[in-house]
Design a protein. Structure first.
Length: 169
């Protein structure tokens, strides 16, 4: 397999995994493309290499910048914007965990908290009490998930890897 074939295979695979991480396939492919290139790329480079539209490239590059996975940068003598990806996979993982927590876990916790606010006249009903108990158990579980995200985000790479390896033994 040539280097280009290997890069393309990685880009396609990373793109397929993207949906498992809460991002769309094109966004993940752009991220992979930027990770495997040693030089920063322009929007046009991304469009050409992935055969996508300007709009698709722009939207996904902006989203990757918002997630903190890609940075815009200027190149002396060039008017175009260039993009480069974070290549430290630990930082990539913690940034993805941070964004998933912000976009998924925090809204669920707010919704669960609001769901427990039942009218006082209904609170005495057995059905309302069972509902509140269910919501509280779901909230407790979600807080544990939130705690795991928090530990991952704040963890030192060596501590986390060591702990994970101990669990797998």
């Amino acid at each position: 397999m040539t280097l280009e074939e290997a890069k393309n295979k990685f880009i396609q695979t990373w793109g397929g995994l993207g949906s498992n991480w809460g991002i769309n396939k094109t966004m993940a492919q752009i991220h992979a493309l930027l990770m495997v290139n040693t030089e920063p790329l322009t929007t046009e480079d991304v469009m050409e290499k992935l055969e996508i539209s300007r709009g698709n490239a722009n939207i996904n590059l902006r989203a990757l910048c918002d997630w903190g996975l890609v940075e815009r940068m200027g190149v002396k003598g060039e008017r175009k914007e260039f993009f480069i990806a974070e290549k430290d996979i630990w930082r990539v993982a913690t940034r993805i965990a941070h964004e998933r927590r912000k976009r998924e876990v925090e809204p669920i916790l707010k919704a669960l908290s609001a769901a427990k606010e039942i009218d006082a006249k209904d609170i005495r009903k057995k059905e309302a009490q069972e509902f509140i108990e269910f919501i509280e158990s779901l909230e407790q579980f979600t807080r544990k998930v939130d705690g795991a995200f928090d530990k991952l985000i704040k963890a030192d790479q060596h501590w986390f890897t060591g702990t994970l390896l101990k669990l797998l033994k």
